[in-house]
Design a protein around this ligand. Structure first.
Ligand SMILES: [Zn+2]
Length: 292
């Protein structure tokens, strides 16, 4: 039936039987009544293993789907429970949403993508959800990505740095992959224990493959890197090198200025008017190394 596949595509659902679509006038929500196809039924919500049915569960519930134009859309289905060998009694898995999620896969994916591209208010207003919900969605999506991809695979040249938030009261330790130009890890804290945490996750074998580590020159980072990746070349990042060079130059400039001012004060007072053309040059302008 063409209408069914059209609805399925609009709602972004697969392996799902669409029973009917109704419009809830009171809530102004389009509700699609659905159920998993036979092969997707009776599976554990956590591991998706086929498991015997336990009971009918708490009844029907709804999942928020992506809006259809200006209309809010939701899926509604029964929530039977199964008894999993490993996880005990759990609500059965559904093919349109993650376990314990109140939103469909398509909704979760769009929110997670938007969170990387737009401001907090854009995401919450456009998707009509709370910022706290965005956090939960990112956690769910990230968990799935992490299970499928090894973000530490192929790490060779990394950068370690800390950034502050909450007006400098809290810190995050971040690790970037210089070759792929992307963030690979971040955690709260700015101590050697935080840096060790990253290398613990990386594991001994992959630590041995790291060839270069850039950092801001903080001693605690350097000590941990020396300990965990002894073969890696440690380099200072360009931002700090330029900052240090600028500070050093500033110091010399200030010193030069102070010296010149001191000498100028010690000189005998000049007479009024222009100096004679054969007058000797002023000491404060010639005695400085390299001049000012
Ligand atoms: Zn299970």
């Amino acid at each position: 039936m063409r209408d069914v596949s059209l609805w399925r595509n609009l709602l972004g659902i697969e392996k799902t039987v669409l029973e009917r679509v109704v419009f809830d006038e009171d809530a102004q929500v389009l509700v699609a009544h659905v159920r998993p196809v036979a092969r997707q039924r009776g599976r554990c919500g956590r591991c998706r293993r086929r498991s015997p049915q336990y009971d009918g569960g708490p009844g029907r519930r709804r999942w928020r789907a992506l809006d259809l134009g200006t209309i809010r859309a939701e899926l509604e289905a029964d929530t039977p429970r199964v008894r999993c060998r490993e996880h005990g009694v759990v609500v059965a898995a559904v093919p349109w949403a993650r376990h314990d999620a109140g939103h469909t896969y398509a909704f979760d994916d769009q929110v997670a993508w938007l969170a990387t591209q737009a401001s907090k208010s854009t995401v919450t207003e456009l998707m009509r959800i709370a910022w706290r919900t965005v956090g939960s969605i990112i956690d769910r999506v990230w968990e799935d990505i992490d299970a499928q991809h090894d973000r530490f695979d192929g790490l060779r040249r990394i950068g370690i740095d800390e950034i502050s938030y909450k007006k400098g009261h809290k810190y995050l330790m971040v690790v970037v992959d210089h070759d792929r130009r992307r963030l690979v890890w971040a955690a709260p804290g700015r101590t050697s224990a935080t840096v060790h945490e990253f290398f613990d996750l990386l594991g001994e074998q992959r630590c041995a493959l790291i060839t270069h580590v850039s950092a801001d020159g903080a001693d605690f980072i350097d000590t941990v890197v020396t300990d965990r990746c002894p073969a890696a070349v440690r380099v200072a990042d360009p931002f700090h090198i330029v900052a240090w060079a600028t500070d050093a130059l500033d110091e010399v400039r200030r010193q030069g200025w102070n010296d010149a001012r001191k000498q100028a004060r010690a000189e005998p007072k000049r007479g009024r008017g222009r100096p004679r053309s054969d007058a000797p040059p002023r000491a404060c302008l010639t005695n400085r190394r390299g001049g000012i």
